[in-house]
Design a binder for this molecule. Sequence first.
Ligand SMILES: Cc1cc2nc3c(=O)[nH]c(=O)nc-3n(C[C@H](O)[C@H](O)[C@H](O)COP(=O)(O)OP(=O)(O)OC[C@H]3O[C@@H](n4cnc5c(N)ncnc54)[C@H](O)[C@@H]3O)c2cc1C
Length: 209
Amino acid sequence: MKPDYLIVGSGLSALVFGALMANSGKTVQILEAHEHPGGFGHTFTMAKKYTFNAQFHYVWDCGEGQLVNRVLKKLGLEKEVTFERYDPNGFDHMRMPGYALDIPSDPEELIRRLSRLFPAASDRIRQFINDVEKTGAGLKRLAPPVKPMELLKHTREVACAVQYLNSTLQDVFDKFQLPQAAQTLLALQWLDFFAAPQSTFILCLGCII
Ligand SMILES: Cc1cc2nc3c(=O)[nH]c(=O)nc-3n(C[C@H](O)[C@H](O)[C@H](O)COP(=O)(O)OP(=O)(O)OC[C@H]3O[C@@H](n4cnc5c(N)ncnc54)[C@H](O)[C@@H]3O)c2cc1C
């Protein structure tokens, strides 16, 4: 039988779309080239004892009412799929010679910690982090379904996201003239996985903050 949707690849996006369509009564067929389904999100076991995830180490937007939670609710899976919160005081630990930075959930605290490390650049650090935060908030308003009222209510954030449409992380580092060591600490955290700052689009970062 011909399915309503034929999906190539079984990564997260395919699985979410396929699950939502199947849940709404459509038929879905997924073609996967790899031996495990799930794309970068797949899990595998070693020594019959340890379970690893291929890439994921954190999932954003999974709190009550947020995107992941809403999708899980639509699928009736919100009780089955649960999340543990990382330490908000330092969910990532950045280390390099001479510098140590634990990344906190609160952007104000991140600004404080970075400013302690780079006091001469504290104003620029604040402006940089504020712009990354605004870009993330703007992107959320620009993601479908776009609600015109929301765009109007959040014009500053939306304008900020649009302003950085073609900017790489390196462009934004340069704009705020962040010290090289600060760039290194932040690029460890705000990277487009495996990509260098000059090829990481700042809008990708907006998606993950
Ligand atoms: C090191 C690393 C760490 C990451 N950590 C996180 C994280 O902590 N949190 C987070 O949210 N995101 C993280 N990401 C990003 C996340 O993995 C991706 O955004 C997400 O997996 C993209 O999902 P996708 O469905 O677009 O594609 P993918 O997950 O890439 O899936 C694509 C699938 O399509 C299959 N495929 C490709 N071509 C064909 C073909 N011709 N025929 C059949 N099948 C095909 C592939 O085998 C694969 O299974 C990380 C990425 C990396 C690389």
